[in-house]
Design a binder for this molecule. Sequence first.
Ligand SMILES: NC(=O)c1ccc[n+]([C@@H]2O[C@H](COP(=O)([O-])OP(=O)(O)OC[C@H]3O[C@@H](n4cnc5c(N)ncnc54)[C@H](O)[C@@H]3O)[C@@H](O)[C@H]2O)c1
Length: 448
Amino acid sequence: MSSGFFMQHLSTRIASREAKVGVIGLGYVGIAVAAALADAGFRVVGVDVKADRVARINAGECPIEGDEPELPELLRRVTAEKKLVATTDYAPLAEADVVLIGVDTPVDADRRARFVALQNACRDLGRVMKDGVLVVIESTVAPGTCETIVAPLLERESGKKVDEGFFLGHCPERVMSGKLLSNLRNLPRVCGASTPETAAAMIAFYRTIAHGKLETSDWVTAELVKTAENTLRDVNIAFANELGLVCEAAGADFSRVRALVNELPGRNMLVAGAGVGGHCIPKDPWLLVQGLSDLQPRVLPAARAVNDAMPLHVGRLVEAALREAGVAIAGARVVLLGYAYLANSNDTQNSPSATLATYLRERGANVIVHDPWVAGHATDLWDATRGADAAVLMVAHDAYCDLDLTRLKATLAHPVLIDGRRVVDADAAEKAGFVFRAVGRGKRRRQR
Ligand SMILES: NC(=O)c1ccc[n+]([C@@H]2O[C@H](COP(=O)([O-])OP(=O)(O)OC[C@H]3O[C@@H](n4cnc5c(N)ncnc54)[C@H](O)[C@@H]3O)[C@@H](O)[C@H]2O)c1
């Protein structure tokens, strides 16, 4: 049968919602898109290698525990109605008309892409996929991955040719923890495809769940857009962080400098803080420049280095504040407020707090972690802070944004407070009698 026939068949089945959909990888990305597609009327099979995750989803439980508006209710409903069924088995994907791949695509300690999950997914899908299937990579990948890894693997394992026996697209996800469904539904998407026909099929498919603008491009442009947008954020954060360090050294307050800079149109400087975490931002700059051996990127590695060093900088602020309070770091009890990488989320991937905890423990501190969102750390705030020699605010969770400073001071053994997220009113903290440090807040020099 011709590619034209397959495309016609696919379009009809998408329009009527008869198309069967597979989603490989049921993490943050896969779970949200699988639930949204089931809600749009498709029969969805979700495949994940983690049997416990599959069991929880089939039981109607949302395995993502942070605040995810609508997702737990939606998952409960679509799994109860059997519109979404999860499995560890690739065999049911033999019936799928569209298969999305949203597995993890990390980098190793040496910053090289580790696409084992993606390669395994392509291999196992290639062995079962039917003629005319549309495969869409939703994972974030390095430029050239569709061309040099995904297409050849699917072709080799399936014995079918791309654009003839099957179709391949790249539609990078733009979800983030805390906004999975709303980003999925409302943000614009890029549909990268090798032919206008595949792009048109992708648009028709994504239109069933996405209200944002749907643009088309080739594969590599879509790959570049995604890695570039996260890298831009990393570089912008690094600039704010470096200016924060400059302000500290110069004896000025970053918050005031930032506010005045941002009065100019188009500046939009971000906030300096205790570091960058999560699955995506710390690794996507490395994916962006992956395998480009003739290129010597300078800005991107520098930005990564600045952001990676911020939790260590907070560690030095803790040491200095403890010293001022007459407490040695060795043996000091330090409570970290927040362990997730993001406010009001339970996502602890690449947590800056983990880096800070290691730094402090290496210096002999006794580190206690509190986080209202993270299992194992969601204890009572006042029990966690009681008797500590210092409190370090690492995440701008709502629970920490309006801290009762008087109560905190009475609860701590020493009134030492370090604000890594600039959410504490510095003047109020100093007035309350804290030895106070904040990222970007220099000690004022005498005014002339
Ligand atoms: N988390 C986000 O907010 C976000 C946003 C945009 C893009 N992305 C990108 O989307 C991709 C997935 O991210 P995530 O956060 O959902 O990752 P995740 O680690 O939460 O989920 C990935 C899932 O894939 C499963 N998996 C791994 N190998 C598999 C295989 N061979 N077959 C079936 N399942 C397999 C894992 O068990 C896991 O459950 C990554 O490329 C990431 O960069 C993530």
